[in-house]
Design a binder for this molecule. Structure first.
Ligand SMILES: Nc1ncnc2c1ncn2[C@@H]1O[C@H](COP(=O)(O)OP(=O)(O)OP(=O)(O)O)[C@@H](O)[C@H]1O
Ligand SMILES: [Mg+2]
Length: 371
């Protein structure tokens, strides 16, 4: 794979099938070799520039790491998607992934979509029996205040359908259905579903629309978002008018994406595993085994509060700084100068206090005993 094709990935929005295909077909990035300081200094100007650039993009794209959360989500998704291969007349089970921001929902779902797309194409070929392109996955990312019509239009946009500019909401919906039937879509992902305009009246309209999709489209509907439960998407109907919601609730399996936690031994072991996996991927001249898992475990937990999004941002920015400044390793002092998201910074103080006072630890007992 040439660097050129990979460089193109930077500008993908994944809202069109061509972009999605590029994402699916891109091979894994190759990790730049770790050069010792001497070798690094021996590089001539041109090779050095190239090496620095390779490291920059590498550190900016560390992942996805197979965290326990990601692995268990994938297992559940395979169960559900594969059990949904029944005949068209049966309503298919839907999935909702409902978790706080920055816990890796989109990352995990896209990694799954990629595997699923590849498997379907390998099994059934790139074209359908009628000669249309096969698109096993349709993925739509919603943006601020999307209405029903926009949602339908976004589904058509994915396929680059020409009717998308002019029609009414219902027409758009039917056209989207057509596309999905022709292209034999099996998995429809609606990411950031909380952006959908929710009516004050407990979201009946939204719920009905999603139910229509789930009933009519021969797909597994995968809804991803923040606080979907609070928006009443699954609530069992309390009054007679809410039965539509109850039906959605019955058909939807809710999956979670929890943060890392250090209040149990198992949780601490998982945190350590994550840091060990991350260490392997860091390409700095003076990086060494234990740099994160032994020396910075508590610190990194306090900074990220177990949120993978904040952790990855911190490591990414830390590595960029370590390269730029010539420090070539991650240390507490260096990371302390790196700013990350406001939510993580806010939660940090309290946790740091507990960790410093010895009231909590992020390291497994076995590791603490050996030190
Ligand atoms: N398994 C993983 N391995 C490596 N990095 C990850 C992993 N999961 C998430 N990340 C990183 O964490 C960041 C946030 O992840 P992601 O966007 O998937 O979260 P999200 O739950 O979809 O958040 P939001 O609710 O804001 O959309 C991303 O930059 C991503 O690179
Ligand atoms: Mg997301």
């Amino acid at each position: 794979m040439t660097t050129g094709a990979l460089a193109g990935l930077g500008s993908l929005a994944l809202s069109r099938k061509e972009d999605f295909k590029m994402f699916v077909d891109a091979p894994r990035r190759t990790q730049p070799a770790r050069l010792a300081r001497q070798a690094l200094q021996a590089l001539d100007e041109v090779s050095r520039t190239a090496y620095e650039r390779d490291r920059r993009t590498w550190h900016a794209n560390l992942g996805p790491i197979k965290t326990p959360q990601l692995v268990s989500l994938h297992e559940d998704l395979w169960d559900i998607v594969d059990s949904n291969q029944q005949d068209g007349d049966k309503a298919k089970g839907a999935v909702a992934i409902d978790a706080f921001p920055g816990l890796g929902k989109t990352t995990a779902v896209l990694a799954f979509a990629r595997e699923f797309h590849r498997r379907e194409i390998a099994e059934h070929g790139a074209f359908t029996a009628q000669g249309h392109e096969r698109w096993p996955v349709c993925r739509v990312g919603l943006t601020g205040n999307t209405g029903m019509k926009d949602l339908n239009r976004a589904m058509l946009e994915f396929f680059g359908h020409p009717g998308r500019q002019t029609s009414t909401a219902a027409q758009l919906g039917l056209q989207a259905l057509d596309c999905m039937l022709l292209c034999e879509v099996r998995l429809l992902i609606l990411d950031d579903l909380h952006f959908l305009k929710w009516r004050k009246t407990s979201g009946i309209e939204v719920s009905n629309h999603l139910k229509w999709i789930a009933n009519e489209f021969p797909v597994t509907l995968l809804k991803v978002g923040v606080g979907l439960t609070d928006k009443g998407l699954f609530s069992e109907g309390e009054s007679a008018g809410d039965t539509a919601l109850a039906q959605t609730g019955r058909r939807t399996t809710r999956l979670d994406m929890p943060p890392f936690a250090i209040d149990t031994e198992q949780g601490r072991r998982r945190w350590r595993q994550l840091l060990l996996a991350l260490e392997q991927r860091i390409v700095l001249a003076d990086a060494h085994p234990g740099m994160l898992a032994d020396e910075l475990s508590d610190y990194l937990f306090a900074r990220s509060t177990g949120h993978i999004g904040s952790l990855m941002t911190l490591i990414n920015r830390g590595c960029q700084r370590a390269v730029r400044s010539g420090a070539e390793r991650l240390t507490l002092n260096l990371l302390d100068q790196v700013r990350i998201d406001a939510a993580a910074e806010q939660a940090r103080a309290e946790l740091e206090h507990a960790l410093q006072a010895g009231k909590a630890t992020s390291r497994p007992a076995r590791v603490r005993a050996s030190r």
